[in-house]
Design a protein around this ligand. Structure first.
Ligand code: ADP
Length: 283
């Protein structure tokens, strides 16, 4: 992949005396969907806060589309990189949903007409039209999450950072948010998603970055990474259920070794059906 969007080199940062991020090197390409994993306190949020220009590194560089970001150009990062916080309440401040979503584009200094257009688009995209006049603080958890995503979408960032987007949502709202993530990917957005959910990471991400104690422990293909037992142990990660199921089927010779690993239940069912059909035809 040639289209480098963000390049982080030798980034080091400490809130106080001891480093929280240590010599981080990451290259992010346009259109990637990356799961960022690692134990609590590993440095994922601090890393995200650097990517969207809220924190400034003590050492190292961040380049956006080939341009090195300086302290005075950090607003560029804030425009291009949107951060959806884990806790929607800490992000929502306005007295109604429409006003809430308009804050971001207004702060970008856009014309009233453009602000209005973006707000209506974000309301529509997140299916929030009926809630537009409601105070965000009295919405349900799922609705608040949708407002907090609309907030960021109205800024039209190229890169979206999500901190545990499905945490604390019921299964219906969690799959709704996951579908939004798939849609954003389809539309060409670059996504980095901090998550503890190995099953989601396995079916969604095309790359996983694992943080441990402020360093990058692993960075690569989900399949390879989830087979790296030493690293998994060190990062306190467990294998995704779909992978475990498939390996059990392989061990029991119920599926051929040559079939690719499925990442969803429907793919497992399809593969098993295909095996049955082959057996019936005596192949
Ligand atoms: P994660 O997102 O992986 O849970 P964080 O980036 O939130 O990790 O935290 C990394 C480390 O930085 C932790 O030790 C945490 O206590 C510390 N930390 C996070 N935010 C602050 C802050 N505002 N001031 C001081 N220390 C912080």
């Amino acid at each position: 992949m040639e289209d480098v969007l963000l390049q982080v080199q030798n980034l080091t940062f400490a809130y106080r005396e001891s480093a929280v991020l240590k010599d981080i090197n990451v290259t992010i390409h346009r259109g990637e969907k990356i799961a960022v994993m690692g134990a609590n306190g590993a440095g994922k949020s601090t890393f995200f806060l650097h990517l969207n220009g809220v924190l400034h590194q003590d050492e190292g560089t961040i380049c956006l589309a080939g341009r090195q970001i300086q302290k005075k150009t950090e607003t560029k990062l804030r425009q291009k990189v949107g951060y959806v916080f884990q806790d929607a309440d800490s992000q929502l401040i306005a007295s109604n949903v429409r006003a809430e979503i308009s804050f971001g584009p207004m702060n970008l200094g856009l014309s009233q007409k453009e602000v209005k257009k973006r707000v209506e688009e974000a309301l529509n995209y997140m299916d929030l039209e009926d809630l537009a006049e409601r105070p965000p603080h009295y919405l349900s958890g799922g609705e608040k999450k949708r407002v907090s995503i609309a907030d960021i979408l109205a800024m039209e960032p190229e890169i979206l950072l999500f901190d545990e987007p499905m945490a604390a949502l019921d299964p219906f709202n969690a799959s709704r948010v996951e579908q939004i993530l798939w849609n954003l990917h389809e539309e060409g957005k670059t996504l980095l998603i901090a998550t503890h959910d190995v099953d989601f990471a396995y079916r969604f991400a095309d790359r996983i970055i694992v943080f441990a104690e402020g360093s990058i422990l692993a960075d690569g293909d989900p399949f390879d990474l989830f087979h790296n037992t030493d690293m998994m142990e060190q990062a306190h990660l467990k294998a995704p259920a779909m992978m475990t199921v498939w390996e059990a089927l392989r061990t029991a010779n119920l599926v051929t070794q040559s079939l690719p690993y499925p990442t969803t239940l429907s793919q497992v069912v399809e593969a098993v059906k295909a095996m049955e059909a082959m057996e019936e035809r005596g192949l």
